[in-house]
Design a protein around this ligand. Structure first.
Ligand code: ADP
Ligand code: MG
Length: 697
């Protein structure tokens, strides 16, 4: 079989399924299918009894009979339920689709094997859309073994392209590859680590002969995945180091020193000092700096950025700082000007709202070198913006920018400027190694003194009255309040609080206070207007969606209420919480949820209540999500897909893979040796996003 020929020619596929596979999962040929690994396996080698099941079980297999069917509801809301018993207990089977089919095909008083995920509701267990087969037709459970589960989308499922179908499509491909397909790892690597070869691994990852072989197959495929990511990044980094030299900021001069002596309103924290030293070493080294600065919200990254920019100015270079929103750019402009006062550094602001007349002047001052520091939004990227000699680019809240936007900025010079990207979203080490390769990382792990840690509480929605009282008290004391909603409008599908109803409710509950409303569908101008009213204190309460997540600084805001907090991931909750706790007053974060929560969600709330430490939270986040139920709606947070490796669990393997890649590149950087060719070819084939991300460094 030609692994690269179009998938629609495979048995059991056809044009319609082929289209779906390609659109939904990017699967275009047999090889892509083989690389679409199951995301979990379920041991079907035993039956459960219904009295022993619990909500925590991912899947159960039970043998028994249907007692009766019942149709509930009308039209779209119609569902079919069946009471199923195995003589030890009973469970409800539920169908929302294909009702007619189910009623015709399945009957009472016949032995079936059902299979699915149990969930509990009102003290009763049910399985939605169970797999159901005639018991007489099933092989004995000892022969069923490990059943693979494949990730599919809603769209695929509604066209009957479910996990089972995928399994059926893959089966004949596996039969043909058993004779062997080309290996992708060099023989000496396989040997050194005792890895299974590719053919064996693919066969066993899809149709495991036993748990041991499955484990070996997964180890090999994980290694391969991590290894190539690292090889790719490291090769690029090497290339970059050889081709680019960095500007040398040899001296610490007038501006930096004067600022440090006369303008700094407070003592730098030790962490800020350490990071500044790290930057200083980089920019004086002759290598181009590529540094990621991680620091929790409120840790004082802006000041570090300013002082790094002064290093550039002292050495005759220009510097710029790019922020993801106009509001943030404005805030930077105001606070940097405040910091510098009469220092004499020429600073300008460039955003979408800068008037054309002012732009012309600004462009000219930039080009002739009169301007020292430019602050702005992605307006900075435009081609008409030309620097005389850009020495340092600072990017704030880097995760908000696309790779291309960023790289455009540092391609403005013939020679690459130094780059400092800043983020308040801490990244665990394993993730940083994967995403950023050899990017240097600085961490501000210390908040300025005198900050009161935010107090976080998890409330059930039933406590709304008490919460309202608390809000009123805070506003009366002169504070401001954020209330964040997961949805803009009411939704039929999910039971979540929404902004529009929330706005009405808040306006009615607090007729005396003024309320701002901000969400992603507002025009930028209107959004800024509403934000501005809150920043100036004209409005006391801000109801918003997560658009307020990034960087907004309103030190007087002391309460962050997050509605339907179960809907947000840990990192996002932490980001949102970081909007308060910026002033001298005690701040609070209130997480509101319903009473019934999945155990994972409850853990998330507990972690938030327990700690304010962004790194602890991001580690926990990675662990909690684990290999992930891919059918869930959670975002992986990665800029690319890992198909099989899991950063929370495979950190050790990642490090090994990285070392192997490094060793290989040291002796054969171009991968030209015969035994290494296979890697050069494989790299060429990978056109993943990793490549782009690697190239920011
Ligand atoms: P972030 O890291 O979230 O961007 P900012 O740079 O906005 O944080 O800093 C938050 C606040 O802390 C600002 O008002 C800033 O002036 C103040 N700040 C920064 N460094 C210090 C320090 N060493 N001591 C006291 N306050 C500081
Ligand atoms: Mg900031």
């Amino acid at each position: 079989m030609d692994l690269l020929s179009d998938i629609k020619f495979l048995p059991g596929v056809g044009p319609k399924k082929a289209d779906l596979l390609s659109m939904e999962l990017g699967i275009k040929n047999a090889e892509d299918l083989l690389r679409h690994y199951p995301y979990k396996y379920v041991d079907r080698s035993r039956f459960y009894y219904l009295h022993e099941i619990s909500e925590d079980m991912p899947f159960i297999q039970v043998k028994g009979q249907i007692v009766r069917f019942e149709k509930v509801g009308e039209g779209h809301n119609q569902r079919l339920t069946a009471i199923f018993t195995d003589g030890h207990g009973s469970i409800e089977l539920v169908w929302f689709k294909g009702i007619k089919f189910v009623v015709e095909k399945f009957h009472t008083k016949v032995d079936y094997v059902i299979f699915g995920k149990p969930s509990a509701f009102n003290g009763r267990f049910s399985i939605v859309h169970p797999e159901i087969e005639l018991a007489a037709k099933m092989p004995p459970p000892e022969q069923m073994g490990l059943q693979p589960f494949y990730n599919t989308s809603e769209k695929m499922k509604s066209s009957f392209l479910n996990s089972k179908t995928i399994q059926k499509i893959i089966f004949p491909i596996i039969q043909t590859i058993k004779t062997g397909i080309p290996e992708t790892l060099p023989a000496y690597v396989l040997k050194k680590f005792g890895l299974l070869n590719l053919t064996e691994s693919l066969v066993n990852v899809h149709f495991p002969k036993n748990a041991d072989l499955l484990n070996k197959a997964r180890q090999r495929l994980k290694f391969e995945e991590l290894f190539y990511i690292q090889l790719n990044i490291l090769q690029q980094t090497k290339w970059r180091d050889q081709h680019y030299t960095g500007y040398v900021f040899g001296q610490i001069g007038h501006f930096f020193n004067t600022f440090f002596k006369d303008h700094l309103p407070f003592e730098l924290t030790n962490a800020q000092k350490r990071v500044l030293r790290e930057i200083r070493i980089d920019v004086a080294s002759g290598r181009q700096m590529n540094r990621l600065l991680q620091g929790d919200v409120g840790s004082g990254k802006t000041l570090v950025a300013l002082m790094a920019m002064l290093m550039a100015v002292d050495n005759g270079f220009q510097a710029c700082i790019m922020a993801p929103t106009e509001i943030l750019a404005n805030q930077h402009f105001v606070s940097l000007n405040e910091f510098m006062g009469d220092l004499g550094v020429q600073v300008a602001l460039l955003t979408g709202s800068t008037r054309p007349k002012d732009r012309v002047v600004l462009h000219e001052r930039l080009r002739n070198g009169e301007l020292n520091i430019l602050i702005g939004t992605h307006a900075l990227i435009e081609d008409v913006v030309q620097f005389a000699n850009l020495g340092l680019v600072v990017i704030d809240e880097q995760h908000r920018f696309g790779v291309e936007q960023r790289s455009k900025l540092w391609k403005k010079n013939a020679q690459l400027p130094h780059v400092l990207v800043m983020t308040a979203t801490p990244i665990p080490r394993t993730l940083a190694m994967t995403v950023y390769g050899d990017l240097s990382i600085s961490v501000i792990d210390e908040l300025p003194p005198g900050r009161k840690p935010i107090q976080t509480y998890h409330y059930y929605e039933t406590k709304r009255q008490a919460l309202n009282g608390f809000i009123a008290k805070q506003v009366e004391a002169g504070r401001q309040i954020y209330i964040v909603y997961p949805l803009i409008q009411e939704s039929e599908k999910v039971d979540l609080q929404n902004l529009e109803s929330g706005f009405e409710y808040i306006s009615e509950t607090f007729p005396k206070y003024k309320v701002s409303m901000v969400h992603g569908k507002l025009k930028a101008k209107e959004k800024d207007f509403q934000m501005q009213k809150f920043i100036t204190g004209e409005t006391q309460i801000m109801v918003a969606t997560t658009v307020i997540e990034v960087g907004v600084n309103v030190p007087n805001a002391s309460v962050m209420v997050i509605e339907s907090a179960q809907r947000f991931g840990l990192s996002q909750l932490h980001q949102l919480r970081g909007r308060v706790g910026r002033g001298a007053e005690q701040s609070f974060c209130i997480l509101l949820t319903g009473y019934k929560l999945a155990s994972e969600t409850r853990k998330r709330m507990e972690i938030m209540v327990r700690t304010n430490d962004g790194f602890e939270i991001s580690e926990a986040d990675l662990k909690l999500r684990g290999p992930g139920d891919l059918e869930g709606t959670q975002q992986s947070g990665l800029p690319f897909d890992l198909k099989i490796a899991n950063l929370a669990q495979d950190g050790k393997m990642l490090e090994i893979a990285r070392n192997v890649a490094r060793e290989i590149l040291e002796t054969d950087p171009q991968l030209l040796e015969n035994e290494n060719r296979v890697m050069a070819n494989q790299l060429k084939k990978m056109k993943t996003n990793t490549l782009n991300w690697g190239s920011i460094s």
